[in-house]
Design a protein around this ligand. Sequence first.
Ligand SMILES: [Zn+2]
Length: 87
Amino acid sequence: MTAPRCEAKTRRGTLCQCPAMANGRCRLHGGLSTGPKTWEGIERIQAATTIHGRYRKMAIASRRRVRGQVRWALAVLRATHKKPPRV
Ligand SMILES: [Zn+2]
């Protein structure tokens, strides 16, 4: 039986494979870290790891809402604005 292994990528490109701690990383790859504790710390990490935010929950929900409104407006237009018959 083997202990769970750290799967952090090393500078050689291989897996670290040291024995992992409770959070899945070894003592050299964040195993001792308990993560951000304050809201400021969480915000700092979010800012550091966010690339553009296009796939944030808020952005996706906003796009979905706008598309729904456009779909509804087009349906209303199609229903009320039919082409006049040729005479
Ligand atoms: Zn490691």
